[in-house]
Design a protein around this ligand. Structure first.
Ligand SMILES: NC(=O)c1ccc[n+]([C@@H]2O[C@H](COP(=O)([O-])OP(=O)(O)OC[C@H]3O[C@@H](n4cnc5c(N)ncnc54)[C@H](O)[C@@H]3O)[C@@H](O)[C@H]2O)c1
Length: 253
């Protein structure tokens, strides 16, 4: 059962599928109207998510943009404010994973992962900060990963990108705190999505991950929604600069 409107608007990047879709629907169920973003080739899926949000009784504004491109991000931010009127919460969820050992990694592959995961987060925040500062309110939730704290073989560049997101967020929290804006990270564990399947190639891999997870199961996209809704809400007003593991107890710190 969805809650009535809370008068707030959240923007979720990479929202056409996987964790981003679950976050958008979770926020809509909590009463947020939504600006949902993804890249052009995901347009049909993004429109479908917008339809699901409207079915929950909330407004949905689908906007296509590649978060690694400054010109596209600036345009998206302008369209978001023009169409939705305000943005109260920003959830930087768009991300990519290219699985390769350091020896074989192309420079272009390093750049692609860092550009989407780390630079994309920075560009979206920078484009919306003047608006949030002017309103002296904002909730920023950046989706990092437990891979940015520890990581696994073949994901050194991905781990570097997510560690960058956490470092960026810790300093951002200090810069924007005086304006009533909080900035936090969520660090998912192994979540069953298109990307998550990279870590779940065969049953032996699945069994290994489940065995080291305290809750003895893989995560579902919906498992990430509750913690993100909390950090996007007024209930988290005194929480900032934190990186919260949502991993079923793989990381225990
Ligand atoms: N699935 C996991 O196990 C897991 C674990 C830890 C962290 N994460 C993080 O969670 C986030 C969501 O991952 P997911 O598992 O849902 O993956 P996914 O591949 O299913 O979804 C990622 C979404 O981001 C979009 N996207 C990619 N590049 C983009 C760009 N340049 N601009 C805008 N959108 C773009 C994709 O089109 C896709 O819709 C990512 O940041 C990922 O790194 C996932």
């Amino acid at each position: 059962m969805s809650k009535p409107s809370n008068g707030r608007v959240a923007l979720v990047t990479g929202a056409s599928r996987g964790i981003g879709r679950a976050l958008a629907l979770g926020l809509a169920a909590e009463g947020f109207d939504l600006v949902v973003n993804d890249i052009a080739r995901q347009s049909a899926d993004l429109d479908a998510v917008a339809g699901e949000i409207r079915d929950l009784g909330r407004k949905a504004f689908p906007l296509l943009a590649d978060v690694s491109r400054k010109d596209e991000v600036v345009r998206m931010a302008g369209e978001a404010l023009a169409q939705a009127g305000q943005v109260d919460a920003v959830v930087n969820n768009a991300g990519i994973l290219i699985s390769k050992p350091v020896d074989d990694l192309e420079e272009s592959e390093w750049d692609a992962v860092l550009d989407v995961n780390a630079k994309g987060t920075f560009l979206v925040i920078q484009a919306l900060l003047p608006h949030m500062k002017a309103r002296r309110y904002g909730r920023i939730v950046n989706i990092a990963s437990i891979g940015g704290k520890h990581g696994a073989p073949n994901q050194a560049h991905y781990s570097a990108s997510k560690a960058a997101v956490m470092g960026f967020t810790r300093v951002l929290a200090q810069e924007v705190g005086p304006f009533g804006i909080t900035a936090n990270c969520i660090c998912p564990g192994i979540i069953v999505t298109e990307m998550g399947r990279t870590n779940l190639a065969d049953q032996a891999n699945v069994d290994r991950w489940v065995a080291i997870t305290a809750l003895r199961r893989l995560g579902q996209p919906e498992d990430v929604a509750g913690p993100v809704c909390f950090l996007a809400s007024d209930a988290s007003a005194f929480v900032t600069g934190q990186s919260l593991n949502v991993c079923g107890g793989i990381n225990l710190s």
